[in-house]
Design a protein around this ligand. Structure first.
Ligand SMILES: Cc1ncc(COP(=O)(O)O)c(C=O)c1O
Length: 383
């Protein structure tokens, strides 16, 4: 039997056209930072062409973009380099605001930065639908002198989109710097200038591009307080040293372009497949779905089957079907999920929760097989 991959929030395989776009570049000699010969110029040209694609899609300027190894590095860089800038602009501010909707690559650096700079770290409430509680955010902004806010655009576990324009508006009103992790938000419009965010994170392997490449957008890259976390040969204007991986950059640009051209039709196709999966599971099993069904990543379902331990179900179904209990970085952790806790979901129900995410390569037949495998798996546990 074919093993089913339903874990597209964790990783999306490269689109065929991305592989084709990268193919010839791997074997081309030349370092894009070699400015003295034609091999270097050819690579520089590929980087420039890719940057033109990114600035067009993500509504920003070339000099506001920095290549990183992925979203983890971009989040770290935003926080470690951005907080000193925010401190310079707003020296009296002493509080960081975030929420349990964030990925660990945001939460861990925020804890470290709070400790380093002696800042308070506060978590905004989350509604039972998995959305940031804007009233609580406003209260916390009113009652504290907030320096920095990190808010995801689309959560990577329950898949809910966040009201990012309202968050921007609140941050501007209270003069707080805003960092947005948009790595799971590929199906939304990510327009940096229109959004007026300070920092924004992107990752290629969440949008059918290659692993190992991401982008940090910031309007503060030219600020002298910007503190690089990788230094060396002075590449990328000294802001992030290391030779640029041109094949990955070309692949990332191709992936971004395809998604930009097709995201509306692709999203509606994914929603139809997701509904097929949900209806099939609903007919056979007592299911609870967490989070708003419309305003979320179109392939994502975060659900629980009553009284069925999701870890046991997932283990029993290996190697036939791949889904996950939460973020890939949480692995098989049995910790009471901070998101579920913040949403007010009791621990015994949280232990039944799991994430399925279908994607570009998923078919009707695979969805039907997934329904059968999960239903059979549950029946075996109940027997
Ligand atoms: C919201 C979010 N941010 C950051 C990351 C880390 O991404 P990367 O693998 O590109 O470092 C992930 C990965 O799952 C994610 O879902």
């Amino acid at each position: 039997m074919k093993n089913l991959y339903l874990d597209y929030n964790s990783h999306t395989p490269c689109d065929t056209s991305v592989i084709i776009a990268m193919h010839d570049v791997w074997s081309q000699p030349g370092n894009p930072h070699s400015g003295s010969h034609s091999f270097g110029w050819a690579k520089q040209q590929l980087v420039s062409d890719s940057l033109a694609t990114f600035t067009d899609i993500y509504d920003c300027f070339e000099e506001e973009l920095l290549f990183t190894s992925g979203a983890t590095e971009a989040n770290n860089l935003a926080i470690y380099s951005g907080i000193p800038i925010a401190k310079k602009i707003n020296p009296k501010a002493d509080t960081i605001l975030t929420s349990h909707l964030e990925h660990k690559s945001v939460l861990n650096p925020l804890e470290i930065a709070a400790d380093k700079y002696g800042l308070k770290l506060l978590y905004v409430d989350i509604t039972s639908e998995g959305i940031i509680d804007l009233k609580d955010m406003q209260t916390k902004l009113e009652q504290n002198n907030v320096l920095w806010v990190s808010c995801t655009m689309t959560n990577g576990v329950i898949g809910t989109n966040q009201p990012i324009y309202q968050v921007v508006e609140l941050c501007q009103r209270y003069n707080a710097m805003l960092h947005v992790d948009a790595s799971q938000a590929g199906y939304l419009d990510i327009a940096c200038h229109d959004l007026q965010v300070d920092f924004l994170t992107l990752s290629a392997h969440k949008i059918y591009g290659p692993s190992g490449i991401g982008l940090l957008y910031s309007k503060h890259l030219q600020n002298p307080e910007f503190m690089p976390i990788i230094s060396g040969g002075g590449q990328q204007d000294g802001l992030r040293a290391g030779t640029l991986p041109v094949p990955l950059i070309v692949g990332f640009a191709q992936a971004a372009k395809i998604l930009d051209d097709t995201k509306e039709t692709e999203a509606s196709g994914l929603r139809a497949l997701r509904d097929r999966l949900l209806n099939g599971l609903n007919q056979a099993l007592p299911i609870t779905v967490f989070g708003d069904l419309d305003d979320r990543h179109p392939g994502n379902l975060y659900l629980a089957i009553e009284n069925i331990d999701s870890m046991q179900l997932l283990n029993n179904l290996q190697p036939h079907i791949a889904f996950s209990l939460g973020s890939a970085c949480d692995g098989l952790s049995r910790e009471y999920s901070p998101i579920m806790k913040a949403m007010g979901i009791p621990k015994n129900i949280a232990e039944c929760a799991f994430r399925i995410c279908i994607g570009r390569m998923t078919t009707n037949e695979e969805v039907d097989l997934a329904i059968k495998l999960i239903t059979d798996g549950v029946n075996k546990i109940c027997r």
